[in-house]
Write a protein that binds this ligand. Structure first.
Ligand code: PGA
Length: 245
């Protein structure tokens, strides 16, 4: 199965030794590993088949921005991808406008951006999902539309209410593959004017037990995986499942 798997490690693990174990377990061609930025160089020393990405980037190419790192800097240490606009960063106050600037920086530096979009549980219950996605995409892509970049855009559809839910029960803690497929198709329909076709991934507590049901959907081009990507056994079984499918 030719689908893309992105490992979003968030602020884990805490040691280089643990990171090394995970890099080795995840080193297969389908994966893009996004470790915390301090481990990107380490990843490049260890992985042979997987690609490496970052989890965020500054909204400017350069400048006096203490604590930030630029798209060119993460590229210089070997990142080829970068996650932008993750809901955990939006929760810290990141706006769609800033996300748009980060996208431009990533594209201009030659990185492949993975733009995260998704509605909250309340927005879903109020029937506002399409409207929310439309707004997030419109504002984030305003400076990108009509411009030619080397790399394509990847969008990760991650319903905020489905992220990091350890228990999958009926109702709003679990997205169905059919709904995710419909929304992936909607995202594609809203981005047809970009000069390169957009891939849409699904993210939200994906694990070895349900990855195939999402990836079997025609409009879902891969998965963005958080919690499960930190467990060696899970990573190995996800790789096996996706390779065999
Ligand atoms: P999760 O994380 O798989 O643990 O829900 C996904 C994400 O936040 O990108």
């Amino acid at each position: 199965m030719k689908k893309l798997l992105i490992a979003n490690w968030k602020m884990n693990p805490q040691s280089k030794a643990e990171a090394a174990k995970l890099f080795k377990a995840t080193d297969a061609a389908q994966w893009v590993i996004c470790p915390p930025a301090p481990f990107i160089s380490e990843a490049k020393k260890i992985v042979k088949k997987a690609k490496v990405g970052a989890q965020d980037v500054a909204a400017k190419r350069m400048g006096p921005l203490t604590g930030e790192y630029s798209a060119d800097q993460i590229k210089a240490v070997g990142a080829e991808y970068v996650i932008i606009g993750h809901s955990e960063r939006r929760a810290l106050g990141e706006t769609d406008e800033e996300i748009g600037q980060k996208l431009v920086c990533a594209f201009e530096a030659g990185l492949t951006p993975i733009l995260c979009v998704g509605e909250t549980g309340e927005q879903r219950q109020l029937g506002q999902t399409h409207e929310v996605l439309d707004h997030q995409l419109r504002v984030a892509l305003v400076q990108v539309r009509g411009r030619e970049f080397k790399k394509p855009l990847i969008v990760a559809y991650e319903p905020v209410w489905a992220i990091s839910t350890s228990e999958k029960t009926a109702g709003l803690s679990m997205e169905t593959p059919t709904d995710a497929n419909e929304l992936a198709s909607y995202i594609k329909s809203q981005t047809t004017d970009l000069l390169k076709p957009v891939k849409v991934l699904y993210g939200g507590s994906v694990s070895s037990s349900d990855i195939l049901s999402f990836l079997a959907e025609a409009q879902i081009d891969g998965a963005l995986i958080g919690g499960a990507s930190l467990k060696v056994a899970e990573v190995k079984s996800i790789t096996k499942i996706v390779t065999k499918a």
